[in-house]
Design a protein around this ligand. Structure first.
Ligand code: SF4
Length: 417
């Protein structure tokens, strides 16, 4: 019934607006999860593509993308046992604010001054969370430090953070340990030396575009040169895997400019390339300035997205994870590509909700996933660092949350019996 009603709206919309969304009647953020559900129900790869095309009215290229990603992720899904989990650590601070950002990241000098206090509370929460994880018989397989921009921390602060993780787990047993280092202007040799010393296996350096004028216009303080310098630092640090993010559809960026960025990134041969589609949410600075960034069809963005997908595939990369967001230009998607054997595991585990993710820090959301993956409970930490620092603010590690976690896994265990 849902599909029939969806198709009716879709057809009416197409007649009224002369526009056919590439993702058909799908509105969720996880098209690959839907495709994986069909694979798990016994449909083969070709049949899943046909269902997406014919039932969900998904454009054939996007149907193939979702089915390919699902097939790739299924192997990891089948190997992921319920005793495993991941840990996410939130550092919601950045050196400056990008014009399109709607995230709660703190950027002003006054708010950046909260970092030392934030770090003290965060490290206590990390200790407690690892204790709760052990008590519940879970085994951490990936740790992801995200933001914001975690490398906004200075070298001493970064060492305090990473050593806290290393005091709680033998980092050599982790399948993956990611440190987001999104803004090239925050990267130093010393920071990556520290990251390597404490077992980081994957860093993310995000130029977004290799066009200096666009970088300046979107409020990023770094240049293309800064990105190339940061990339060299990462390569020479010996950290095994590097991800780079690009954004298709940035305001003022033409297809020609974006395709040049794609080509230059491929020449660098990073392990992962993530291609996002530009997304503006209500809070972003760019909307307050009245810029018209929305276009129903996305202008040249579709061509840019298509070019990036074909070019990275020709260079030996394959799509390994996929998600959609509201308010993206042209309603396109975000796709992570990897060279064989370098996929970002946390991204798949988290995106497809394959096991529990214990999240610490401001804005973090812990997701408890039952063994059969049909039940998910969430624990929300305070959104802003300022609230998080409030002594009474609830976190994943406080007594009430610890009790919720114990109860969830105890009930899950007895349901399994
Ligand atoms: S780096 Fe990311 S989180 Fe930080 S201001 Fe820019 S978009 Fe926002």
């Amino acid at each position: 019934m849902k599909i029939v009603i969806g198709k009716c709206f879709f057809d009416a919309g197409e007649i009224l607006l002369q526009y056919r969304p590439v993702w058909g009647i799908l509105t969720g953020v996880r098209p690959a999860k839907l495709a994986m559900d069909y694979l798990n129900r016994g449909y083969d790869h070709e049949a899943v593509k046909a269902i997406l095309r014919e039932e969900m009215l998904v454009n054939p290229k996007k149907a193939t993308l979702a089915a390919d990603v699902a097939l790739f992720e299924k192997t990891l899904a089948d190997e992921t046992t319920p005793d495993t989990c991941s840990v996410y650590i939130s550092i919601p601070f950045c050196p400056t604010r990008c014009a399109y950002c709607s995230f709660v990241s703190y950027t002003s000098p006054k708010l950046l001054a909260l970092i030392p206090d934030y770090l003290v509370k965060l490290c206590r929460e990390i200790d407690e969370t690892f204790r709760i994880i052990r008590e519940n018989g879970k085994r951490v397989v990936t740790v992801y430090i995200g933001g914001g921009t975690p490398t906004t921390l200075n070298e001493t602060q970064l060492e305090i953070l990473l050593s806290t993780v290393a005091n709680n787990i033998d980092v050599s047993t982790l399948a993956e340990f990611t440190l987001e280092a999104g803004r090239p202007d925050t990267i130093t040799n010393k920071k990556f030396e520290i990251a390597k010393k404490y077992g980081v296996t994957r860093v993310s350096i995000n130029p977004q575009t290799l066009n200096d004028e666009i970088l300046a216009s979107i409020g990023r303080r770094h240049t293309v040169e800064d990105f190339l310098r940061a990339y060299d630092i990462a390569r020479s640090s010996g950290i095994p895997h590097i991800n780079t993010d690009l954004i298709a559809g940035l305001p003022e960026e033409s297809f020609q400019s974006f395709s040049k960025s794609v080509d230059r990134i491929i020449d660098l041969h990073p392990d992962n390339i993530t291609v996002h589609t530009f997304c503006v949410k209500k809070a972003a600075e760019i909307l307050r300035e009245g810029t018209d960034v929305y276009s129903r069809t996305g202008g040249e963005t579709g061509k840019s997205v298509e070019y990036s997908h074909v070019s990275v595939a020709n260079a030996g990369y394959r799509p390994y994870y996929l998600y959609r967001q509201k308010n993206t230009v042209g309603n396109f998607e975000n796709v992570g590509f990897c060279l064989p054997g370098t996929e970002g595991l946390y991204n798949i585990l988290m995106m497809e909700e394959l096991h529990s993710v214990f999240a610490v820090g401001a804005g973090a959301v812990t997701k408890l996933v039952s063994a059969d993956r049909t039940k998910i409970d969430r624990i929300f930490s305070p959104k802003y660092p300022y609230e998080y620092l409030n002594a009474d603010a609830p976190t994943t590690a406080d007594e009430k949350s610890a009790e919720q976690i114990r109860r969830f896994f105890a009930e899950d265990l007895s349901a399994g019996k």
